[in-house]
Write a protein that binds this ligand. Structure first.
Ligand SMILES: [Mg+2]
Length: 353
């Protein structure tokens, strides 16, 4: 069972703020920008009790919880806290895939007592940073991810695939990452309003209604089947940024803005890791789950957004998605070797090769 853990810091931005403003403990706290179109980035659990959630317009959050204390985000502080968390995780586990400032997957293969190791990580992170985390452990990333969310905050949930199927059988299919509100509504119309019902639905029905790609994927996800492995930065042959839209996007302007944002995010990440790649690619998933990739290879390696973004946009325009788009991604691959430490003796390196 215990092959992969998903670790997720509880109410991350709000928790970092509460650590340096202990006078706000126990109060509803919302981390958000100001302005008419601001959205909630994180809410403390006290604010969540009023129905406040991430990505909700701040104006609405304040109507639900007028007593909430509004704090503007301080991303430098969150990045610093995040680095400390992942340093501690990295001291215990070799293979870690960080998927955001506050969450990531841990490959537990090869650990003698994986649960005990993860419990130690939880304790160490709290001791060093004051932050609490929730953990899900399972045979694959999908089970681990859903399990980490099941008993927040301070959750520690270990499930086999079968146990996950049983435990979440009555939950909405929307509980599973990758099944969005629009798909949930279509499943509802078929009478498939729980994961259990979806898992038991004949695959022919699903492929007939949703097409072969999405149909099969829905059936797999409802059974908590997932084949993805933990991708560590060190071994990664490519880096990508992806976004899944809440509702499928047919408008080219919106698609292009998303590609430009993804390119900027990716270039920033590559820059911080001092990685440059020669191949720039895009990934487009249509509303029927057809997934297409396109790439172009340059004669020099880059991590410059001014190079990556125009090429990614060009690839999108050349592909010209024939249907509304569900997911977009930008990818850079073909990394040049990272710069060697200045004192590395060359002869020795060649011997090692
Ligand atoms: Mg979190």
């Amino acid at each position: 069972v215990a092959r992969i853990a998903h670790l997720d810091v509880d109410a991350f931005y709000a928790s970092v703020e509460l650590l340096r403003r202990p006078e706000l403990r126990g109060k509803p706290v919302i981390v958000s920008g100001t302005g008419p179109r601001a959205v909630v980035t994180t809410a403390s659990y006290e604010a969540r009790r009023f129905g406040v959630g991430s990505a909700m317009p701040t104006a609405r959050a304040l109507r639900l919880c007028p007593a909430a204390v509004l704090i503007p985000p301080d991303f430098d502080a969150y990045r610093a806290a995040s680095r400390r968390v992942w340093q501690i995780v990295g001291a215990h586990v070799d293979r870690v895939e960080q998927v955001g400032l506050d969450e990531g997957y841990l490959d537990l293969d090869g650990l003698v007592s994986p649960r005990a190791a993860v419990r130690r990580i939880v304790v160490d992170v709290h001791a060093a940073t004051g932050l609490t985390v929730s953990v899900g452990i399972g045979p694959n990333k999908l089970v681990a991810k859903v399990a980490s969310d099941a008993e927040k905050p301070r959750g520690f949930v270990v499930l086999s695939r079968e146990e996950a199927c049983a435990r979440f059988a009555e939950a909405s299919p929307g509980l599973v990452p990758g099944i969005g509100p629009k798909t949930v509504a279509r499943l509802d119309a078929l009478g498939l309003s729980t994961l259990g019902a979806l898992a038991g639905a004949p695959e022919e029905l699903l492929t007939e209604r949703f097409g072969p790609n999405l149909g099969r994927e829905l059936a797999r996800r409802a059974r908590f089947e997932h084949a993805g492995t933990v991708q560590t930065v060190r071994e990664a042959k490519s880096q990508s940024s992806e976004t899944t839209f809440d509702t499928d996007v047919g408008d080219r302007g919106t698609q292009e803005r998303a590609i430009a944002d993804l390119a900027r995010d990716l270039a920033g990440r590559l820059g911080r890791r001092d990685l440059r790649g020669r191949t720039i690619g895009i990934k487009v998933r249509l509303d029927d789950w057809t997934t297409v990739t396109r790439a172009r290879t340059l004669d020099h390696a880059t991590n410059d957004v001014e190079v990556i973004a125009p090429i990614a946009l060009d690839l999108l325009r050349a592909y010209d998605p024939p249907r509304p788009v569900r997911l977009l991604g930008v990818r850079v691959a073909g990394f040049e070797r990272p710069p060697e430490p200045r004192d590395a003796p060359h002869g020795q390196l060649q011997l090692a090769l």
